[in-house]
Every structure is written in C-alpha cells, then in structure tokens.
Write a protein that binds this ligand. Structure first.
Ligand SMILES: [Zn+2]
Ligand SMILES: [Zn+2]
Length: 142
C-alpha cells in the first residue's frame, strides 16, 4: 500500500512532534469525529463533500495518512507511557519517581527534589524539613 510511505512518514514525524497537533483535527477533516457531531453540527466540513475539488486518489492518501498517524501515535503513547500513573513524579509529571524524602517519605523525581533543595529545605507536600533524600526503589510488580 505504501507507495507514499516516505513522504507520509516525514509528514507524520513533523505532525507528531508538534504538541499542538491533534489527530482529532484530521479526523474532523475527514468527517470522522467520534460521535460528537450533533444534529446542528451535521453539516460540518468534511473532505468527502469536496470530491469536486479533491480527487479520490488524494482523498485516499489523506485516509492512508490518518491510519498511519493513528498507528504511530498509538506506538508513541505506548513507548513513552510510564508503567503506571503512580510512578510519575507528582511535581513535573515528566519523570518517574526516583527519590524519597526523609523523614516524611513523600516522593518526587530526583530532578525536582535536587532543584528544590537548592533554595528550600521543606517538603513539597507537607512542608516538613527534609533531612535527607533516599533513592526510591520501585516495589517489584507481580
Ligand atoms: Zn519531577
Ligand atoms: Zn512530605
């Protein structure tokens, strides 16, 4: 199917690296919004109604690209998603938890606590004075 695969994946890489990009907007373009269209909305723009201007081949390309993007973003989500929400640093939501504060046992990632401790000594959460930071060892999951 992928005569256009090179061009498509270039475009996909650009689109997926743009944080503003939403698959939904392409789905919307194709008139495939996920059941959100209300009666008032039913005349919303769809490529399918523009076949006078867009050839079947072009329309197919867009649909191929959409399918490709859905697959790409699924894979991207799978590879970057932390093992569980509980492992995410509650301060930055970017790194996994890697430090435990003494004595209160609250947790964050090392980047957050190290930066915080440059100017502060109190826990993010309970304001207890932090006397030390231990490595957080993730409990073995069964
Ligand atoms: Zn963090
Ligand atoms: Zn605390």
């Amino acid at each position: 199917m992928m005569r256009f695969s090179f061009r498509i994946s270039r475009a996909a890489a650009v689109l997926l690296s743009d944080p503003c990009f939403q698959l939904r907007s392409i789905q919307y373009l194709l008139g495939e919004g996920e059941g959100e269209a209300t009666a008032a909305d039913s005349k919303h723009f769809s490529l399918h109604t523009y076949t006078d201007y867009i050839s079947a081949e072009e329309e197919q390309k867009v649909e191929q690209m959409l399918a490709f993007l859905m697959e790409e973003s699924k894979q991207a989500a799978a590879s970057t998603a932390p093992t569980s929400e509980d492992d995410l640093c509650p301060i930055c939501y970017a790194h996994s938890i890697s430090a435990v504060f003494k004595p209160c046992s609250h947790k964050s990632c090392k980047a957050c606590i190290n930066q915080h401790l440059m100017n502060n000594k109190d826990c993010f959460f309970c304001k207890a004075t932090i006397t030390g930071v231990d490595d957080y060892i993730k409990p073995a999951s069964s």
